[in-house]
Design a protein. Structure first.
Length: 332
């Protein structure tokens, strides 16, 4: 028997019973692209361990790293609720069950897409257990429902980059029209999370319902320039374009030392600096990993002097999205 045929026979005689998946944190908005741009980073992120069991149902058996803040209720936890929704949609929710362990490895309420990372990890895990019947594009609506459960609105700008990896443009949230954009090879970011509380709902309530046309035109130009800069790997154009005149002036009020951090980052060579998602995490965009490390350390020191604890992450853009880090099979 040929080796390839033997391999196929062996694979057909196994069933995937356990899987551990990592999904990355994300920087929504990419400074000037409110609700339409975002990118994934290599760290932090969340892990989901999922086990197939005979008894139907979806159960959360353990949650770590959440300081007791997340629910074990299947209908209230974004991971279990979305997994159950997918199984019901496929009509196989009564055929078997799954047990889920969620390992939170990133801060909740940080502006780094915490709920999105967990949801994407869970849905990627169940899809893997099932043999990948759905494409990532088909998984996206289930991910968005997780965001709706977590914060009341089905945002796409965190789940899209977490699911697809890289930099994503949300052309239409209503139709889940998502486009992956090019990632310049030297693009690196310094992400700093000051340990202060800025709930997403509160941050959204501060946003003005109406804006001046001249400000809108400026923002449109910046978004267009940002996208052009990505395609051309033009860091000078990126630096000129990544400027938010609509959302940052309001949300910055909620983040202590924001403008001091921004001035410090730009003085140390950042191309741009802004708020990650709804904050309080902030991001400095650079074209050099070493500069990103210097900026992260400098901002951390500045916050420490102001008696504000922080976490720092330096990363290139994560082009992969979720990934399987362990899998177990059973012979049938």
């Amino acid at each position: 028997m040929e080796a390839s045929n033997l391999k196929e026979r062996l694979e057909e005689s196994r069933i995937l019973t356990e899987v551990r998946v990592f999904a990355p944190a994300t920087v929504a908005n990419m400074i000037c692209g409110y609700d339409i741009l975002g990118f994934a980073v290599n760290e932090p992120g969340d892990e989901v361990f999922m086990k197939r069991v005979a008894t139907p149902g979806v159960r959360i058996t353990e949650i770590t790293g959440d300081e007791g803040r997340l629910s074990y209720d299947t209908d209230k936890n974004t991971v279990s609720a979305c997994v159950l929704s997918l199984l019901e949609k496929l009509g196989i929710d009564k055929e078997f069950g799954v047990e889920i362990t969620l390992h939170k490895q990133m801060p909740i309420g940080s502006g780094l897409g915490s709920s999105a990372a967990s949801t994407v990890a869970g849905l990627f895990a169940i899809n893997t257990l099932l043999g990948n019947p759905l494409t990532k594009q088909e998984l996206l609506p289930f991910c968005v429902e997780g965001e709706r459960l977590a914060c009341g609105t089905g945002h796409v700008d965190n789940v899209a980059p977490a699911l697809f990896g890289g930099i994503t443009l949300i052309r239409s949230a209503d139709t889940f029209d998502v486009i992956k954009l090019p990632v310049p090879k030297d693009l690196h970011v310094a992400v700093v999370f000051p340990k202060v509380d800025v709930p997403t709902r509160d941050a959204r309530q501060l946003i003005k319902e109406k804006v001046y046309l001249k400000d809108a035109v400026t923002q449109w130009g910046n978004i267009a320039g940002l996208i052009a800069g990505l395609y051309e790997s033009d860091y000078s154009l990126l630096a000129r374009s990544m400027n938010d005149v609509l959302i940052e002036p309001t949300r910055a009020i909620l983040i202590p030392e924001f403008y001091e951090m921004k001035e410090l980052a730009l003085s140390l060579g950042a191309l741009s600096f802004g708020i990650s998602g709804s904050g309080p995490a902030v991001v400095a965009v650079t074209n050099d990993a070493a500069i990103a490390k210097v900026i992260a350390a400098a901002i951390a020191a500045h916050l420490a002097a102001a008696e504000i604890e922080s976490f720092q992450y330096v990363s290139a853009v994560n082009n992969e999205g979720p990934k399987v880090i362990h899998a177990s099979y059973e012979t049938i």
